[in-house]
Write a protein that binds this ligand. Sequence first.
Ligand SMILES: [Zn+2]
Length: 174
Amino acid sequence: MTDKTSANTPNNAVADPSTAFTDEELAYHEAGHAVVHRLTGGTISRVSIDRGDPARGVHIREVSPSPSGGVDESSARLRIAVLMAGEVALFLHSGERRTVPDSRDRDDALRAARSAGADDATARAMINEEWDRVRERLREAATWKKVERLAAALVQHRALDGANVHELIDKAGS
Ligand SMILES: [Zn+2]
């Protein structure tokens, strides 16, 4: 998930690190986030892999924090799982552990763990555990089919609105 990107860099700019990734790789990364978010009951408003798009990434409806400012561990783990799902999906697709440029996924995952009261060592352990759990989940044939279907649609259309994303995820594999 990327909430920000470098501002309006031309698509062919050498300086843009996202050119080190193919459209397909970016699509698998974002599809991973979207599928895990959706399968854990989340709502998606838009997904984009367009490098010229300041709103590239997956956009979700954020869960508002509890009045105390903290979150319980299960909510934090859910958020960590969604945040790690991009990296995991790209790993399952390409066999490499790579993070897409501008990604704040790991930073956000650490923050989510700390918001549930985890210290750094516990936070890292939670992230590793969720990484493995997400990998097992995405490796299920029916789930992976959803990722593939969404990634293919992203490569073709560059950006999809929430209704299209939900339709692709909810139908695929069934
Ligand atoms: Zn991401």
